[in-house]
Design a protein around this ligand. Structure first.
Ligand SMILES: Cc1ncc(COP(=O)(O)O)c(C=O)c1O
Length: 393
């Protein structure tokens, strides 16, 4: 056999024997063919209520007509051009995102993922604070898998960080503990917090604590970054958690729900950070591409046209009122980033709910079941969750 035939033969054998995907994800026992509103539909017709939204991404659920139309029209018109070419759709997406935020956002930098948004926010923080070498984050935080974002992710060093050293010094503070904020000093370049921790268990930090973080940053010159990749862009029932808590950071990172499934992210900069951005300081190939921008624009438009912030507030309150049943004894979080506190291990509740055709999430807290539903979820669907929880006793 020639070498190339031998290679082809061994390739075919390994192809037949192996799943070609890197085995890094635990997967649900669930096959999904398509989605409809808040429902996932399996090849055999099984319908599963999706209260997890693909890790908080599917803001509009599945098959939203206006979003689908806008993205389809954009792909027909122009699938890609880089930031070297000015595009009207990019301008519109940035302007609409800023208007949607109802915050004094001065400029937007579009990238592709939450971790990338955080990397760029950190780069801007070090630009604003030359000579400082430390970043402060909170215990139980999750900020992403890249070198800088992973360095700020609680527990990553032990579990998966993988790099020989972090790009800067990192200090983790206990969450919601104002007395620990004295550890933010004039050596601190940036403080990065999720105003409502996602992976940490839909754990809300609260207005008072966030105000104290803001004050300590002002006193020391540290840049305050809100990682709103999971909790932002409408999920709390307000445009951003910054609005919910009335605390203004220097930068906000956004991703996940932002494109309703089209990969995209944004770094929102208030004036001080925006003024420090120079030509060529930041860059990206895909970020701000026309399809991503059409997806962002259409998601903002749909949230506004369909009154989805009000829906998240109303149905979020309904979840809290009706779902403290069965093994659930309490709740935390805000809006549609809800943590249901359970007497049973959350992973057992998740499994039992999936057997009743309801998909939910777990979290870093073994007793917190995490809900991240599409913003379109209605009371009648919450009733299905409450009934299923009751059956778990
Ligand atoms: C709060 C937060 N920040 C950052 C990230 C990382 O986002 P991505 O996976 O898009 O890089 C996540 C992802 O779960 C997140 O929840």
């Amino acid at each position: 056999m020639s070498t190339s035939h031998a290679l082809a033969a061994s390739h075919e054998t390994s192809h037949a024997a192996h799943d070609p995907l890197a085995p890094v994800f635990a997967q649900y026992p669930l096959e999904v063919l398509r989605g409809e509103g808040v429902w996932l539909i399996a090849p055999d017709g099984r319908r599963v209520l999706d209260l997890y939204g693909g890790h908080a991404v599917a803001a509009l659920g599945y098959g939203h007509p206006a979003w689908t139309k806008a993205v389809t029209e954009q792909v027909r018109a122009l699938n890609f051009q880089s930031n070297a070419v000015p595009l009207d759709v990019r301008q519109r997406a940035a302007r609409k995102l800023i208007a949607f935020s109802r915050l004094p956002v001065h400029s937007v930098f579009f990238i592709n993922s939450g971790a990338e948004a955080n990397e760029n926010a950190l780069k801007m923080a070090f630009t604003l604070n030359p000579g400082r070498t430390e970043v402060v984050a909170l215990e139980q935080s999750f900020h992403g898998r890249t070198a800088a974002a992973g360095a700020l992710t609680w527990g990553a060093a032990k579990k998966w960080y993988g790099f020989p050293r972090t790009p800067f010094d990192v200090k983790f503070l206990p969450r919601r503990d104002a007395s620990a904020l004295a550890q933010i000093t004039s050596a601190t370049a940036a403080v990065v917090v999720e105003p409502i921790q996602g992976v940490g268990g839909a754990f809300d930090l609260g207005a008072e604590y966030l105000q104290a973080v803001r004050q300590r940053c002002d006193a020391t010159g540290a840049v305050l970054i809100f990682d709103e990749v999971q909790c932002g862009f409408g999920r709390s029932g307000e445009p951003f958690a910054a609005n919910l808590y009335g605390v203004l950071p220097d930068m906000i990172t956004s991703a996940k729900a932002l494109g309703n499934g089209f990969p995209c992210a944004a770094l929102l900069m208030m004036k001080k950070a925006a003024d420090a951005v120079k030509l060529d300081a930041l860059g990206t190939t895909f970020g701000g591409g026309p399809m991503a921008c059409a997806a962002i624009e259409a998601t903002v438009d749909a949230i506004e046209a369909d009154g989805l912030l009000a829906n998240v507030r109303r149905v979020g309150a309904y979840i809290r009122k009706t779902c403290i049943v069965g093994p659930i004894t309490g709740h935390q979080g805000a809006g549609f980033l809800t943590g249901l506190i359970s007497t049973l291990p959350a992973k057992d509740v998740q499994k039992a709910l999936l057997e009743q055709n309801i998909l939910t999430g777990t979290s870093g807290d073994p007793h917190v079941l995490r809900l991240l539903p599409p913003f379109t979820l209605k009371e009648a669907e919450v009733d299905l969750l409450a009934a299923a929880l009751k059956r778990l006793g």
